[in-house]
Design a protein around this ligand. Sequence first.
Ligand SMILES: NC(=O)c1ccc[n+]([C@@H]2O[C@H](COP(=O)([O-])OP(=O)(O)OC[C@H]3O[C@@H](n4cnc5c(N)ncnc54)[C@H](OP(=O)(O)O)[C@@H]3O)[C@@H](O)[C@H]2O)c1
Length: 290
Amino acid sequence: MSTPSASLPGGNRTLGDLSVTRFGYGAMQLAGPCVMGPPADRDGALAVLREAVDLGITHIDTADAYGPHITNQLIREALHPYSDSLHIVTKVGATRDEEGGWPPARTPQDLRRAVQENLENLGLETLDVVNLRLGDAQGPQPGPLAEAFETLVELQQQGLIRHLGVSNATAEQVAEAQAIAPIVCVQNMYNLAHRQDDELIDELAEQGIAYVPFFPLGGFNPLQSSALTAVATRLDATPMSVALAWLLQRSPNILLIPGTSSVAHLHENVAGAGLQLSDDDLAELDKIGR
Ligand SMILES: NC(=O)c1ccc[n+]([C@@H]2O[C@H](COP(=O)([O-])OP(=O)(O)OC[C@H]3O[C@@H](n4cnc5c(N)ncnc54)[C@H](OP(=O)(O)O)[C@@H]3O)[C@@H](O)[C@H]2O)c1
């Protein structure tokens, strides 16, 4: 049974002309260990995806590099044919090597192939949103993006992509992309303890552009902080709930894509993100990443 999306914490927000729930789902954790190969519990992975949609979530974040290909194939198996309200956001610009690394793959040829592979594995004719993933595993790295971004603009003009975004990007790269074509989102690492994009988030909010923090719960290294634990204990909540609620209250243009391979955690996160943090809570949490 689908729960109306209005019941999800944060309500709805737009990505270009697409309406999505601010509480989304990040599918990376569905692949095997180190985001390589199939999941140990395939039925469990399919169940998480179906539960996300049944809860009313209409924003799923993915990439064909997850697995590689595995996560997109799971999404297709669990959810295709997709409801009109569901929007799948993917990214291109990195591939996988045999050691599980994420080498850049941003030549025009790489990007055309990656868009085709995303379309095929997801079973789509048009990708709703494609983020150009920049930088490397260490984070954003300065450097030009024009050739890569213009390739995606060409694919957009051919009807294969509806909207564009950038990921793992510096503020300068965000501006460079915007000088070439409109973007609807920026997906960078950001959470209570990693606040390097505070200024960028506020600038994007003024422009009506979504900011989508990856690793909202700390990613492979779960968030740990005595201040976070103290606030969570006081509110009789989990640190994960406080971290998600803080992001929703941080700025209205923030969309959540927490990852989980567990239906129980998915439920906990949906319930927890609705926690109302007081000004005192926010002030205490604000000190963590400063
Ligand atoms: N653009 C990029 O370069 C980039 C990079 C990384 C990620 N991403 C995207 O961002 C999404 C989110 O990042 P992420 O999934 O890596 O990290 P995350 O959302 O910060 O954290 C996920 C981790 O938290 C655990 N977790 C989730 N809910 C929990 C709960 N209630 N209690 C305890 N543990 C919990 C998960 O384990 P369980 O599975 O056991 O729940 C998983 O290990 C990804 O899925 C991906 O779509 C993008």
